[in-house]
Design a protein around this ligand. Structure first.
Ligand SMILES: *Cc1c(COP(=O)(O)O)cnc(C)c1O
Length: 395
């Protein structure tokens, strides 16, 4: 028996079955590569679902986290640390946040959404509008905003007052902005739905409509943020300023951390002392990792890399002119390869056997969200392998 098989047997006997059986036991990583328990190497084109922004075992994260571990790991929110203050300042700067903006640290994307829901409730109007296809997390609050019926139905009734409207349709939003609505929550690109981009100008229209209606516009940047699309945050490419954003995934480069960012003094005043809290949120260990991620993205020009390498990758996939490929969606290093047949799961399995980790996010879509440090040459090895993988999956 292989080491992978032996360990996966033990996994099945000890872990709750909510994830099914994992594909691999990963033992170590270096740069954009990981190795499984049998020593096989894979090019990691998913980065733990847009999490390992600097790849694996990055010296800046190893150094920052090691140093922080040796100083102080946790202090509670009765106290604060240089790392926590420094990361909040760095995030506000990266977001170009207006004066009076603030940061609340969490441990995950879901917890960032929970904080956002409480922010929305503080408008005094319980209605929240989200989009069809949306993914915002699995806790009972965040799940009410998530659209997928299979995730929701076993747990209904969920938080009341949430209405889902078609994504990318500003007129549908205009019609849904009743006096009970306090907030609109949207992903700037829908990641879990299959890397779906809204039409040009949609977020700008949402901003106009929500401003006119006095409704909060909350942008879920959990997957798109921290450089993934080539801007620090995807909303920045649209010129709008939302009322709040949620982040997580890439922020800690693999160390669990998230945040709610509130923009401007009025929105930041909605959550007052005592109204929200968390034990681990903002701990210095996770904040040290976040600081290393932001500093390294800046130092190494990784926003530019995401655009340059991401655009070259999309162009190279299109240039294959393969009959099973209909196009490439997304921006920067968040990409969906759209297929003409529902063979994405088979392609992903064959790709893994060939040493590439990609994600069949939808039956007809392969999602790639590689580390922001990835090179054009590394991506080219996958582009070169793709035609044969598609042909084999369709055969
Ligand atoms: C992953 C994700 C979440 C949930 O984040 P967790 O860290 O898994 O709780 C929320 N929103 C979006 C857009 C996501 O991609």
């Amino acid at each position: 028996m292989t080491a992978n098989a032996e360990l996966l047997g033990r996994y099945g006997d000890s872990l709750l079955g909510v994830f099914g059986t994992p594909a691999l036991v990963i033992e170590r990583g270096e740069g954009c590569y990981v190795w499984d328990a049998d020593g096989k190497r894979y090019l990691d084109l998913l980065a733990g679902i847009a999490v390992n922004a600097l790849g694996h075992n990055h010296p800046e994260i190893v150094g920052a986290v090691s140093k922080q571990v040796g100083e102080v790991v946790h202090v509670s929110n009765f106290f604060t640390t240089r790392a926590q203050i420094g990361l909040a300042e760095a995030l506000l700067k990266a977001a170009g946040a207006p004066d009076g903006s603030r940061v609340f640290f969490t441990n995950s994307g879901t917890e960032s959404m929970e904080a956002a829901i409480k922010l929305a409730r503080r408008t005094g109007r319980p209605g929240i509008i989200a989009a069809q296809g949306a993914f915002h997390g699995r806790s009972t609050g965040a799940l009410a905003l998530t659209a997928k019926a299979a995730y929701r139905e076993p747990f209904e009734p969920l938080l009341p007052g949430v209405k889902h409207i078609p994504y990318g349709d500003a007129d549908a939003l205009a019609g849904a902005l009743t006096p009970e609505v306090g907030a609109v929550v949207l992903e700037p690109i829908q990641g879990e739905a299959g890397v779906i981009e809204p039409p040009e100008g949609y977020l700008q229209r949402v901003r106009e409509l929500t401003r006119m209606a006095g409704v909060l516009m909350i942008v879920d940047e959990v997957q798109t943020g921290i450089g993934r699309t080539g801007d620090w945050f995807a909303f920045q490419s649209t010129g709008i300023v939302p009322d709040a954003i949620t982040i997580a995934k890439g922020l800690g480069g693999g160390v669990p951390i998230g945040a709610l960012m509130t923009f401007g003094p009025e929105v930041s005043a909605l959550l007052q002392p005592g109204m929200h809290g968390t034990t681990f949120g903002g701990n210095p260990l996770a904040c040290a990792a976040g600081l290393a991620v932001l500093a390294t993205i800046t130092r190494d020009g990784l926003l530019e890399n995401a655009i340059r390498v991401g655009d070259a990758f999309a162009a190279a996939v299109v240039a294959l002119e393969h009959p099973l490929i209909c196009g490439v969606r997304g921006r920067g290093l968040l990409r969906g390869i759209s297929l003409t047949e529902p063979i994405a799961p088979a392609v992903a399995t064959l790709a893994r056997d060939a040493g590439f980790i990609v994600n069949p996010v939808a039956p007809d879509t392969l999602r790639l969200a590689p580390p922001l440090i990835i090179t054009a040459a590394e991506l080219t090895t996958f582009v070169d392998a793709l035609p044969a993988l598609l042909d084999a999956a369709a055969a």
